[in-house]
Design a protein around this ligand. Structure first.
Ligand SMILES: [Zn+2]
Length: 425
């Protein structure tokens, strides 16, 4: 049986220690960004074509600050780029005999895994989430076609953990293996971990030995995190990654947002222009990842987030990504700020709730107007509601907006969350 005595809540992964200060991180990232772009220019014709189209040479990107000179490559363009220059769109820098695996993601999009180990950068996050040498880990992500299981598998090997590649499903086998092997760790979706824990209770034999879990690929409500902690004694932390980019962000023990990994540069950008936005603004995740054999540079994921640059109580100095906030193709730009239907939901929840609601965007003269139309639930305090909702609009959307209380039935069943009524002719 595994004996894991190290405190899972303290300490840093080896390389994190070296690049802990903000200034050191900047030097580190400037260095690898510069080298990666030059390397890609020489060996990845797809990257070279993008640089040339932007009028840039191999030395034009001297560090993180120059990245925005290169237009964003949108994820949805990859299938066509790969068809035009098969199999990898000219983005793979190594010959086929050096490719260890080829993953197939929906699209279809092909992702080569080159000779380097740990190119997906998941080990830092696994360590911060509490995984330690000696853990025996059930890896329940799918091992076929897509890369998630493999990227976690390599990270666990780097940490010195033992992997049980159980894959998806087979709940009874998962329970049996957890007990037989004394598995201390779990990787997969949070909902499947709950399924396993409930099934274990039905099968009898006491609590499973699992102490730590890295979850992802679906929303992870705080209520579920508390249940893992309080009812099952499991530290559960989430990460954010994509098939093309690997792990981009991870939760530390504080679980207040996901720290950005140092081997990726995550920029929150205007989904239309690709310009980086200031901290705290909603925008598209555009990432550049230190991955020599498949360098994704200024890759637009189509996912939205907000980044918080304030210090974390854990002592890490990296900025934190405040969760997944929807898809970039659903945003509406109002007075220079992007708003997403999920922010409208959050605003109403914070402002005391509503039976139905809709944000309406109008144009008055040269100014955008934002009005939140709300049908209040029965018994709600109609006098206090507008002020609470207006405050919530400022907090969540970072704009001033009006609140209009409308009678029941005024907002149709199938109304869009954001109704953009502006005319631009
Ligand atoms: Zn932290």
């Amino acid at each position: 049986m595994a004996v894991v005595s190290v405190d899972r809540r303290t300490g840093y992964w080896d390389r994190e220690k070296e690049i802990m200060t903000a200034a050191a991180r900047r030097r580190y990232q400037d260095g690898w960004v510069r080298a990666l772009v030059r390397h890609a220019w020489e060996r990845a014709p797809g990257v070279r074509r993008r640089l040339e189209a932007a009028g840039l040479g191999p030395g034009a990107i001297r560090g993180v600050g120059d990245l925005a000179r290169l237009p964003v490559m949108k994820k949805h363009t990859l299938p066509d780029l790969q068809k035009a220059d098969p199999p990898f769109g000219g983005f793979c820098t190594v010959p086929m005999e050096k490719v260890r695996r080829i993953f197939v993601s929906p699209g279809p999009i092909l992702e080569p895994l080159g000779p380097e180990f740990g190119g997906f950068h998941a080990e830092t996050g696994m360590y911060a989430g509490g995984f330690r040498r000696g853990d025996i880990v059930l890896n329940t992500y799918a091992y076929h076609l897509t890369p998630a299981a493999h990227l976690i598998d390599e990270a666990l090997a780097l940490l010195g953990c033992t992997v049980v590649p159980t894959g998806v499903g087979n709940t009874d086998t998962q329970v049996l293996m957890a007990r037989t092997l004394g598995a201390t760790g779990y990787v997969g979706t949070p909902s499947f971990l709950m399924t396993i824990l409930k099934r274990a209770a039905e099968m009898g034999g006491g609590r499973l030995p699992i102490q730590v879990a890295q979850v992802g690929a679906e929303p992870f409500p705080e209520s579920m995190r508390r249940a893992f902690q309080d009812e099952y004694g499991i530290i559960a932390r989430q990460g954010f990654g994509t098939a093309d980019l690997g792990m981009l962000a991870y939760e530390c023990t504080e679980a207040r947002g996901m720290h950005l990994v140092d081997d990726a540069v995550l920029q929150v950008c205007d989904p239309q222009s690709g310009e980086p936005l200031a901290d705290g603004q909603l925008g598209e995740i555009v990432a550049t990842v230190r991955h020599e054999s498949y360098p994704m540079i200024r890759f637009g994921t189509g996912d939205l987030t907000v980044v918080d640059g304030s210090p974390c109580p854990c002592g890490r100095t990296s900025a934190r990504m405040l969760g997944w906030r929807g898809r970039a193709d659903e945003v509406t730009k109002v007075r220079g700020m992007f708003i997403h239907p999920r922010q409208v939901d959050e605003t109403v929840a914070r402002g005391g709730g509503a039976a139905r609601y809709q944000a309406v965007v109008t144009r008055e003269g040269h100014q955008d107007g934002l009005t939140l139309r709300v049908e209040l639930p029965q018994g709600a305090d109609a006098a206090a509601a507008p002020a609470a909702l207006e405050a919530a609009i400022r907090d969540v959307i970072k704009l001033r907006g009006r609140v209009e209380i409308v009678p029941p039935g005024a907002i149709p069943d199938n109304a869009k969350k954001i109704d953009d009524q502006r005319k631009w002719d």
